[in-house]
Design a binder for this molecule. Sequence first.
Ligand SMILES: C[S@@+](CC[C@H](N)C(=O)[O-])C[C@H]1O[C@@H](n2cnc3c(N)ncnc32)[C@H](O)[C@@H]1O
Length: 199
Amino acid sequence: MATVGVDHFEALYRQHPDPWRIASAWYERRKRALLLASLAREEYAHAFEPGCGNGDLTLPLAARCRHVCAVDFAGTAIDRCRARLHEQGMAHVEALALELPREWPPVPDGGFDLIIVSELGYYLDDTALTAFLQGIDGCLAAGGELVACHLRPDFDDRQQATDALHDALGSLPGMTLLFEYREDVFLLNGWQRQRKDDA
Ligand SMILES: C[S@@+](CC[C@H](N)C(=O)[O-])C[C@H]1O[C@@H](n2cnc3c(N)ncnc32)[C@H](O)[C@@H]1O
């Protein structure tokens, strides 16, 4: 078992500008709408979106956040994401080319109050997932929300089962389940980290 590496994703993006038809497929558009509707707050201060790809979620997310940090290790995808953000004049979003969890973005004071892990976690092998979970644990603000959304059926590149992955995210310290939306095809969860004054 090995983490699916950057070369694999870079090759996919070079073969096709939208390898999973994230912008156009009904499954993706519907799932994105459900995810965005599941976010309880009208506005977040600092969102972190690991594995942002071309930015299809980043753009609508940016409309709800004062600052967004979007990260992907595929340079082709990050270039597209940056170009789209630039076109929309979204200067409050930074799109960074980083390989998670080996590299990690700067964390705002107090942490991110929203982290969205969408169609990313199942590409990480056990070692990388452990480090990724530690990274998430270390940068989610007290009272912050963690939202995860992953396809459930099996596929070639899968390193983690979706249900177990979400169990691991929800088992991070101080997490309370906010919601769960489960279909045969995907699982969407939100958790909130304990606030400091609840501790
Ligand atoms: C299936 S796409 C999902 C895009 C977007 N999150 C969504 O849900 O529409 C997975 C993305 O994660 C990125 N990715 C996978 N493993 C990564 C890692 N270890 N570090 C950074 N990005 C990664 C890939 O390059 C790809 O753009």
